[in-house]
Write a protein that binds this ligand. Sequence first.
Ligand code: ADP
Ligand code: GLC
Length: 495
Amino acid sequence: MTSPATTPQAAALRVLHVAAEVFPLVKTGGLADVVAALPVAQAELGADVRLLLPGYPAVIESVQGARPVIDIGACFGALRVRLLLGRMPGTALPVYVIDAPYLYRRAGGPYQAADGEEWPDNLQRFALLGWVAAHLAADDADPAWVPDIVHAHDWHAAMACAFVAEHLPTRAASVFTVHNLAFQGLFPMHDWPLLGLASRLMSPAGLEYHGQLSFMKAGLKFADRITTVSPTYAQEIATHEFGCGLDGVIRGRGATVSGILNGIDEAVWNPATDPAIAQRFDAERLAGKVACKRALQAELGLQPDADALLLVVVSRLTAQKGMDLLLAALPELLPQGVQLAVQGTGDPALEAAFRMAAQAHPGRVQVHIGYDEARAHRLVAGGDMIAVPSRFEPCGLTQMYGLRYGTVPLVRRVGGLADTVPDAADPAEGAGFVFEPATPLALGQALQRALALRRNPSGWVALQRRGMGRPLSWRPPAQAYQALYLEALRERRGG
Ligand code: ADP
Ligand code: GLC
């Protein structure tokens, strides 16, 4: 135990991660991958780390050895709320689960029903998540374990920061990580009374955002430290162009905002050990990658053409991801020996457009509208290149998966893509192809440069190997978070 007057050392820090997703139990995007891997990396550094998750069916069914910690009773519309403590399958990381059957035990996604409609009670569902986090921090939910740091991820967990700051006396410092500023958790202001917060916070200086109630603002206003998932995105969100209407709030937080680049889970994304792929490989044994490409072309019904440049996409199909740029560039690319394999779900219009492209170009374009983790590994392993032409990208993980698998990224110079993929023009570091304007022309020009380099096989292999050798582990980011936690705690506890 730490004495009240001192700040704990990094090794002893008690960290509570609060999030709405975790791989492999519940995943809609990269947030789940981060919430699965960062705590493990922190635990390896000696921190005492736990998760707090909503008790969706997949969580209740998968968490191991769950036992009740406290009966919370009725709150946020649910009659029976309990806090359980168990362990994550696979990693044995301790995880608190909020068992609130009325709010969380339903079929469908974490945020939406199967028909794509937002759950109408998301305010209650995610206010409860933040509220329980704050009670853990305030030492009245589990006296056996009180966190030093409450680390809330995205708007779903952001209310934890407001409850910690405004409602409950606690010695914990709060850290809020913005994974995507575009999703803000906005609710009608008339639901304010449900939160049980002081009415003076019902203003632009508090949680109000243009007449609505914003969970994202709870994190941005009240967290002791704000982080985003890449240094470039940290700068971008302070601008009008990327700030989603919150750039003023972010600028107002000054130096408490910083960017810490995500890593990748090297136990899950590693071509030398990946059980999902046709043949394992590494930077020294790239023959396995050739076999993966052959197997992928066969699986997808693409022409078995070893020379074709097989471009893959594993992505949400949305405007954020720049998928329309890729579609528009396609007619120019296909005659030059490019094949395209897409896996994703999202905007119905983009899904339909990709389906039509596949129908129009059988054997050269293959599209799978759906979510499939193992298939994603086979795409990443078998592709020559992976396209991430995003309009904005807080970090982006698939370009890093591509780097690890010798699958050369084609990315826009934005957010975390700019921070993770040096352009091939750099002879020492180059590992991908980077373009700037969000236009099909610029995307096409970057791909022309890739096609040109592929005519020089040893140059291409050197590019692949540089990418495969890039450091992508979670260890440095985990260390950066530790330093940030200590700084936040020193400030809060005046140590
Ligand atoms: P975002 O979180 O914005 O969607 P990221 O690149 O950070 O983008 O993370 C996306 C994650 O979701 C990656 O792990 C990627 O492999 C995965 N993913 C996205 N779409 C699919 C899909 N259709 N099938 C399988 N995995 C997918
Ligand atoms: C968000 C972002 C993505 C990032 C992920 C994990 O979903 O859109 O860029 O990689 O969170 O931090």
